[in-house]
Design a protein around this ligand. Structure first.
Ligand code: PLP
Length: 411
């Protein structure tokens, strides 16, 4: 495989910086990814040469900005293989996308006595909005349990999803255990009972080729900053007919068709969901990130990351006194490895690794119900991107061993 890792790394200037006088091994990509030069350069160029408000002016700058902004909708459509660019709503983030669906669509289709089904491994962004919806509508929130190895229990899913189910909301890839969920089986179970499938794609979008039509997802949400774009821009994909049906959750300028003293009509989707001045530069940066990922190729990214993940996971699993959560092999695992050093608090693990230049996350990863199931309050988590290399993995493994030695030697 012709993967030009050193050339790719040069596109990310931050990777050559030193942290605490050590070589930087950035392994918190699940929280946010670094941005390549073409993204920062595109945003910079936009502000220097093309900045104006969109959809408003008939003058040249506004037309240029509008063209660039709307052009990204088409890039994103192509990137996730949506049917139409009108199915791409720009939001602030995955969190905002999922809240919009829960409010604007969930409130319409969920009634008292109905059921909403999610998995116990969901990020709070794909949990709390459904908990709130269930409370508002008098519905029941049910959880799909996990197998002992941390993968989703499909037999349990088949029991939880019933004729009463209106919505099934699951992550494409989990942010703690990193398991790629069995989407086609979940899709079949969901649509067999006439429910809607809502997919949280935050941890999938930078790791594999997402095809919303192949998934047959009714809605699919993701964040730009987890794929090399700026923060503050996200996407909600929805099937055209469902977006037409869905109500806006924010009202104001840009989203209206006509306003009188007593009533308002709205534009069609996606504009009816984008009230006010949008994050224009963020969207334009997202377009540059999509171009960057497209040029590398999502299948090539997945193949390269799998080559890093397999040995990385095996080497962490092999360290005495380290517990790895989720499957112990890399099949169907993408991006993340959560672990604990027995007897050392994960915050101490992350702080110790930071002293060695290794940046990992520690905490509950916004997945407290899963932590409760795993019987821990927190874990350390190392997460990969396509710009990580073997030296990053070596530094992590060496770092875990040193931290373990330091803390257990002390106690
Ligand atoms: C699976 C998953 N869903 C949702 C989110 C929320 O993303 P954001 O904070 O960009 O809205 C995250 C972020 O870590 C995530 O990992």
């Amino acid at each position: 495989m012709n993967w030009q890792i050193e050339a790719i790394r040069r596109d990310f200037p931050i990777l050559s910086h030193r942290i605490n006088k050590e070589r930087l091994a950035y392994l918190d990509n699940a929280a946010t990814m670094q941005q390549p030069r073409p993204v920062t350069a595109t945003v910079d160029r936009y502000y220097r040469y093309d900045h104006a408000n969109v959809h408003r002016g008939v003058y040249t700058l506004s037309e240029r900005a509008t063209e660039a902004y709307e052009g990204v909708r088409e890039k994103v459509r192509h990137f996730i293989h949506a049917h139409s660019a009108d199915e791409i709503v720009f939001t602030r983030s995955t969190t905002e996308s999922l809240n919009m669906v829960a409010r604007g669509f969930g409130d319409q289709v969920v009634n008292a006595g109905d059921e909403i089904v999610i998995s116990v491994a969901e990020h709070h962004s794909n949990l709390v909005p459904w908990q709130q919806l269930a409370e508002r509508r008098g519905a029941k929130l049910k959880y799909i349990e996990l197998n002992p190895d941390g993968s989703l229990d499909l037999e349990n899913a088949a029991q939880q999803i019933t004729a009463k189910t209106k919505i099934v909301a699951v992550a494409h890839v989990g942010n703690v255990i990193g398991v790629l969920n069995p989407m086609s089986a979940l899709e079949a179970l969901t649509h067999a009972v006439g429910a809607y499938l809502i997919v949280d794609g935050a941890q999938a979008i930078s790791h594999l080729k997402v095809d919303v039509q192949a998934l047959n997802a009714d809605f699919y949400a993701f964040s730009g900053h987890k794929m090399g774009a700026p923060t503050g821009i996200g996407v909600l994909y929805g099937k055209a007919a469902l977006l037409e049906q869905m109500a806006p959750v924010q009202y104001g300028g840009e989203m209206i068709s006509q306003v009188t003293r007593t009533a308002t009509t709205y534009k069609r989707a996606p504009l009816k969901f984008e009230a006010g001045t949008p994050n224009i530069s963020g969207a334009i940066g997202l377009g540059a990130a999509v171009d960057y990922l497209d040029a590398l190729g999502m299948n090539a990214i997945q193949t390269y990351e799998a080559q890093l993940m397999g040995p990385m996971l095996a080497r962490i699993v092999a360290i005495d006194g380290v517990t790895v959560y989720g499957p112990q092999t890399a099949a169907d695992r993408l991006g993340v490895v959560s672990f604990n050093i027995d007897g050392v608090h994960p915050h101490d693990v992350a702080t110790g690794l930071d002293m060695l230049g290794v940046e990992v996350r520690a905490g509950h990863h916004c997945a407290q119900p899963l932590m409760q199931d795993l019987n821990v309050t927190a874990t350390a988590r190392a997460s990969l991107a396509f710009y990580n290399n073997q030296a990053d993995v070596d530094q992590l493994i060496d770092g875990i061993k040193q931290v373990k030695e330091f803390f257990l030697h002390e106690s």
